[in-house]
Design a protein around this ligand. Sequence first.
Ligand code: AP5
Length: 211
Amino acid sequence: MNLILFGAPGAGKGTQSSLLIERMGMTQISTGDLFRAAIKNKTDLGRKAQEFMDRGELVPDLIVIGMVEEVLNKSVKDFILDGFPRTVAQAEALDELLKKMNLSIGKAVFLEVPMSELMDRLTGRRVCRSCGAVYHVKSKPPKKDGICDLCGGEVYQRQDDKAEVIETRLKNYEEFTSPLKAFYKKAGKYVEVDGNRSTEDVFSDIRQIIA
Ligand code: AP5
């Protein structure tokens, strides 16, 4: 089944996607990760995206939609859309794209996490610069400070995980992404999962949804 995983910044989309890849063999399409890779590789796309990301703003719809279309054209299946769509315009464009490609989305899973918890998760998050593994200074620190357990890469804090940028991201989420709940309810695909529990409990719910 193809899945949309959505929710506020820090809700656990990336963490749950990693488990779905590892245990269910699914493929993740994360627009945030694609942009970060483009920035690392200093491509035109990366240069365009970086100015928006560093400020905590959304990258313009046309740029995001074009990038997702390219990935979907590579005939992926059993995919998780992580961080896309993020606006109603993106959701409508996705419907068009999928129709053209004869593909569909089974469920749009919303991870519900209270704002107070999101702030703590985001300010404490650390990420491996090489393999993208996700840590948290309190709940999931790497064994050796600043070094990734999995690949030995450098563990760093994302520029957009600084407190002042997080505020803008959360505001944009409320304004532009939160209306997707109504969009997917209307489409009969909306499922809500309580994301404010252990990663294993959250994963167990998602597994049941896609079973
Ligand atoms: P993106 O990378 O997608 O960021 P995001 O949506 O803000 O999501 P995050 O990666 O911050 O959080 P997450 O939900 O994946 O949480 P995680 O699992 O890491 O996008 C970045 C930027 O790119 C955007 O701001 C925008 O500029 C641009 N962009 C991307 N897509 C776009 C689009 N479609 N349109 C326009 N612009 C776009 O977990 C967070 C922390 O919490 C970790 O430390 C983790 O260990 C911890 N944690 C996770 N689960 C739990 C749990 N159950 N209990 C306790 N701790 C937990």
